[in-house]
Write a protein that binds this ligand. Structure first.
Ligand code: UD1
Length: 398
């Protein structure tokens, strides 16, 4: 059996790492157990290309270098999807895989599933069935199209199975396998726990954000040195939060004037967000606030370490929402909807939807500060999802 798996952007890498490891484990046992050997190729579409957004994750998570890099780079959605389809079609025509495996909901997921399906190659989608119901989100379009075309839909939770059933997906195409991101979290938990928070800050700090006298320790940094002081983590990159000044500016005001007045706010900043802050003339305000600690995009272990001890997470990332659920970090999700309801408080998780309305954010921020850490583990978020994914593909009828 020949499988091509596809990655394109940062959130894909932590999902593919355990899948590739599970294929290797399958191949080690298949000689004895007469299971079919899997020939595997990894294709990177190149949507994310900065070392900190891509290569560093390959190194940290032990992902083999991609066999093929399509080097698509940045561009409009149509450019990214169109260019990926054109180049990926050539790869498929040459390699003739039995399956392609796509993960998550980025442009690579959509582009490669459509291309494979048109060549009658079977498509497996890991993280199928997530629905935010919000078709203004590019990821929702990617999820809908990919799931509609996939032959095998591997879901992270039972709510996702229900979504697929409601859409009329035949039962035999759906398997509940659990959350593959949590395989990566469990495998890397102890390595992350050993990292020093202050060192993470020092080595990832954005130069522009350093105080003018760079010999002087900032109060924020020394606060964190004692190890038990509160701090918040912030990540933001969704177009709905960062692409409009009238939305981004009040959020920045709230952060600098209210959250940063309570505790240091550690902000590993996405390239898109940095670009927008600069474009809207908000960059100086962000860098002038001493308790707002701006970092470059940080690595997997570093983010996990910060999350483990954070007082609160403010984020619009779906993956961090899931990690907060398992770690128990109170999480304010800066969105009006989520495709991951299983992580919300009403389903036993740690996250609450706050959108981008400042009054609502403030209210939930105050509530969250009083909440303790309550780790939760949704069903089958057990660190063994990747093996179930491989098994589902190998046992696929026909
Ligand atoms: C993409 C995914 C999103 C995911 C996010 C995680 C889609 C539709 N969106 O959004 O689901 O949550 O990745 O990061 O696939 N840039 C760099 N260096 C890079 C990559 C991007 O500087 O390595 C900058 C470019 O200016 C680019 C911008 O970031 O235009 C946005 O990148 P893009 O890949 O278009 O989407 P993301 O916002 O990263």
């Amino acid at each position: 059996m020949k499988i091509i798996s596809v990655v394109g952007a940062r959130p894909n890498f932590m999902k593919i790492a355990p899948f590739i490891r599970a294929i290797e484990q399958h191949n080690q046992t298949c000689a004895n157990e007469e299971k079919s050997y899997i020939e595997h190729l990894l294709v990177h579409t190149g949507q994310h290309y900065d070392v900190r957004m891509s290569e560093s994750f390959f190194q940290a998570l032990g992902i083999p270098a991609p066999d093929i890099n399509l080097e698509i780079g940045s561009g409009s959605h149509a450019e990214q999807v169109g260019n990926t389809m054109i180049t990926f079609e050539k790869v498929l025509t040459q390699e003739k895989p039995d399956w392609i495996v796509v993960v998550g909901d980025v442009n690579a997921t959509l582009a490669c599933s459509v291309t494979a399906k048109k060549l009658s190659i079977k498509v497996c989608h890991i993280e199928a069935g997530l629905r935010s119901g919000d078709e203004t989100m590019p990821e929702e379009i990617n999820r809908l199209v990919t799931d509609r075309l996939s032959d095998l839909l591997l879901t992270p939770d039972k709510l996702s199975m229900e979504n697929l059933r409601k859409e009329g997906v035949p039962e035999e195409k759906i398997r509940f396998v659990g959350n593959i991101m949590i395989d990566t979290l469990e495998r890397n938990r102890s390595q992350s726990a050993a990292l020093d928070i202050n060192r993470i800050i020092q080595s990832n700090r954005l130069t522009d954000a350093l105080p003018h006298n760079d010999k002087e320790e900032t109060p924020a940094t020394s606060l964190l040195e004692s190890g038990s002081n509160p701090y918040a983590i912030l990540t933001m990159h969704r177009p709905s939060n960062v692409d409009k000044k009238e939305i981004l500016a009040p959020i920045l005001n709230f952060l600098t004037e209210e959250v940063a007045a309570d505790m240091p706010v550690i902000w590993p900043i996405h390239p898109r967000t940095q670009k927008m802050l600069q474009q809207f003339d908000l960059w100086d305000k962000a860098t002038a606030c001493k308790n707002l600690i701006l970092l470059h995009p940080i690595g997997y272990h570093e983010m996990l370490r910060l999350n483990m001890s954070a007082t609160i997470m403010l984020t619009d990332s779906g993956g961090l929402q899931e990690e907060c659920c398992v770690l128990g970090t109170p999480c304010l999700t800066l969105r009006w909807n989520t495709e991951r309801p299983v992580t919300l408080k009403e389903h036993g998780g740690a996250s609450v939807l706050v959108g981008n309305n400042i009054n609502r954010i403030r209210e939930e921020y105050q509530t969250a500060l009083k909440a303790g850490r309550i780790p939760q583990r949704p069903e089958l978020w057990d660190g063994h999802t990747a093996a179930r994914c491989v098994e589902a593909i190998v046992n696929y009828p026909g």
